[in-house]
Ligand binder design. Structure first.
Ligand code: UD1
Length: 390
């Protein structure tokens, strides 16, 4: 059986890493004959009970291309070099999506895969799922079913369209299952498996060497600051509108008087800061985009994380770190209901009000959501390996 694993943008890389690790481990164990559960690879319809070996290839669409937005994640997360690089690059949504579709169709024609696996909600996810479906190839969507109900978010459109053409819907939290059932998806196509991003987080955390990073520039910064907040911002709804972005930074400048802030800046945000001539306080420490390890090294010990990312909302819940989500909504409600996440909106007043409550000692104590146990990839690969090519 042939699988194409698609990744294109920064938040995709940490999601394919544990899948590749799992696929590799199973392939190796199969070759050595030591894989305990060989029935996983046995093809049910094959009389000879031959192993249904999984052959996988990695496709990088090139949606993110800077070294610090892409290659560094492949290196750190031990992802092998992609078999195909589509070099799509930036552009308008239509341009970017179209470039990926044209290039990915050629790959599918050449490879004739049985399943295309897409992750998350970026333009690469949407583009490749549509191409595969139109070619009669099965589509597996990892992180399916999340809904913000906010149609101004490009990711919401990507999520809904991708799910509508997917044959395997792997969900990270129960709301995903409920949303998909409400939209008419067949229950047999929905699999609640936990979260591959948590698999990756736990794996990398167990390998994180604090002592090694301690002498680096970020190590020195961490030591000097002692207590700090960690911030990421890149949503168009926050940084592409001058008034909104000014308001957010005004609140953060105020907070930084009390608690210094470490802020690795996304390229979109860096452009907006200079375009709108926004002044950032000296207590907000601006850094270039960080690698996964460097970022984790900083946020895991932060007093507070503030973000508009989808992934960090979940990762902070997985490690029990307080998180403010600077948005009006979230497609990840479990992080609010069970985890450490608080939706604070994107107005200056809202952010400051939440911070004042936090400062007065009102901190959320969360629990780790069901199945966020580091074994989602194992569950997914098991389900995919039962796919019959006959
Ligand atoms: C994309 C995803 C978003 C995800 C985010 C994580 C979509 C619709 N959006 O948003 O869901 O949370 O990635 O980063 O898919 N740029 C560079 N170098 C790069 C990549 C981009 O400088 O390697 C700059 C370009 O100026 C580009 C801008 O960043 O125009 C935005 O990049 P793009 O991939 O279009 O969207 P993101 O904001 O990164």
């Amino acid at each position: 059986m042939k699988i194409l694993l698609v990744a294109g943008a920064r938040p995709n890389f940490m999601k394919i890493a544990p899948l590749v690790r799992e696929l590799r481990a199973r392939t190796e164990a199969g070759k050595l004959g030591s894989w305990e559960d060989k029935t996983l690879f046995s093809n049910q319809t094959n009389q000879k009970n031959e192993k249904n070996e999984i052959n996988y290839k990695i496709v990088h669409t090139g949606q993110h291309y800077d070294e610090e937005m892409s290659q560094v994640f492949f290196d750190e997360l031990e992802i092998p070099a992609p078999d195909y690089h589509l070099n799509a690059g930036s552009g308008t949504h239509a341009e970017q999506t179209a470039k990926i579709m044209v290039a990915f169709e050629r790959v599918c024609i050449e490879e004739q895969p049985n399943i295309v696996v897409v992750v998350g909600d970026v333009n690469s996810t949407l583009a490749c799922s549509i191409v595969a479906k139109k070619m009669g190839i099965k589509v597996a969507h990892i992180e399916a079913g999340l809904r913000s109900r906010d149609w101004s978010m490009p990711e919401e459109i990507n999520r809904v369209v991708t799910d509508s053409v997917s044959d395997y819907l792997f969900v990270t939290e129960k709301s995903g299952r409920e949303n998909l059932l409400r939209e008419g998806k067949r229950p047999e196509s929905i699999f609640f498996v936990g979260h591959v991003m948590v698999d990756n987080l736990l794996y990398i955390k167990s390998r994180l060497e604090d002592t090694k990073l301690g002498s680096s520039e970020i190590g020195k910064l961490k030591k000097t600051l002692g207590e700090y907040a960690f911030l990421t911002l890149h949503r168009p709804s926050n940084v592409d509108d001058s008034e909104t972005f000014h308001g957010i930074i005004a609140a953060l400048n105020e907070i930084s008087k009390d608690l210094p802030i470490i802020f690795p800046v996304h390229p979109r945000t860096r452009n907006a800061l200079s375009r709108f001539s926004i002044r950032v306080s000296h207590s907000i420490h601006l850094l270039p985009p960080l690698s996964f390890l460097d970022s984790l090294y900083l946020w895991k010990d932060a007093k507070l994380v503030m973000t508009d990312s989808g992934g960090l909302q979940e990762e902070t819940t997985a490690l029990g770190i307080p998180c403010f989500t600077i948005r009006e909504n979230t497609e990840r409600p479990i992080t609010i209901e069970e985890g450490t996440n608080t939706l604070v909106g994107n107005s200056k007043e809202g952010i400051l009000a939440a911070y004042n409550e936090f400062k007065s000692g009102k901190k959320k104590i969360g629990i780790v959501p069901e199945l966020w146990d580091g074994r989602a990839s194992e569950r997914i690969v098991k389900i995919l390996s039962e796919f019959s090519v006959h």
